[in-house]
Design a binder for this molecule. Structure first.
Ligand code: GRF
Length: 208
């Protein structure tokens, strides 16, 4: 199941990949924190069920998190993918499912909602994207995969973000497919594909 807040091009890449049975995963539902976004329209066009759970409709952040978890639970997903979902998830969701997020920078550099702007403003020559497991912090969870993107002299935020997103979509599809087909386990912060784990490793069933 995929969570979105915006244009949903990462979601589209997952929908396109999942059209092939060999991908090993299906998008069972798409959830959002707001109405009227292209991400929801993409799901509807693909005949995938959607739901919206707005923070503003709930008295507290915890109540929102619980309501979101209740909607996700209806679809019994094995994995939740945050693909441009611009809200911090709470324990009701994070304790119930493994959650994977895609971030448009090479974490731990430039966490947060303005990663592309921050990387440009810092003046780095190389940035990129990170697909990681989500924990309670902001973009602090264990890294699954990363790929670099060079910054060009003429880049502005839009041009750089577009180039990052081209890489991000491919990397997210690759990672979600492998997680579904091969499973994963973690040793400390290091994530490895494959279900075979050694004593002391955390397996995916414990959804770290
Ligand atoms: C992606 O770059 C994601 O990492 C960031 O927002 C963008 C979402 O793009 N948080 P889209 O909605 O998938 O097109």
């Amino acid at each position: 199941m995929v969570l979105v807040s915006g244009s949903g091009t990462n979601l589209q890449a997952l929908l396109d990949a999942a059209a092939d049975d060999a991908f090993g995963a299906a998008v069972v539902a798409v959830g959002a924190d707001r109405d009227g976004i292209e991400g929801l329209a993409r799901a509807e066009r693909a005949a995938v069920p959607t739901f919206v759970v707005r923070v503003g409709d709930h008295a507290t952040r915890a109540a929102w998190d619980a309501a979101l978890a209740a909607r996700i639970a209806e679809y019994k997903p094995d994995l939740v993918v945050s693909a441009g979902f611009m809200k911090i998830l709470g324990p009701s969701v994070l304790d119930a499912w493994p959650v994977v997020n895609t971030h448009p920078a090479l974490l731990p550099a430039f966490p947060g909602a303005h990663a592309v702007h921050d990387a440009l403003a810092y003046g780095v020559r190389v940035t990129g994207c990170t697909v990681h497991l989500v924990d309670a912090g902001v973009d602090t969870g264990p890294v699954i995969a990363q790929e670099a993107v060079a910054v060009r002299d003429e880049d502005d935020e839009a041009s750089l973000h577009e180039r990052i997103k081209t890489v991000e979509r491919r990397l997210l599809v690759e990672v979600v497919g492998r997680l579904a087909r091969e499973g994963w386990h973690t040793r400390g912060r290091r994530v490895r594909f494959g279900r075979v784990a050694q004593p002391g490793d955390t397996t995916q069933e414990e959804h770290p």
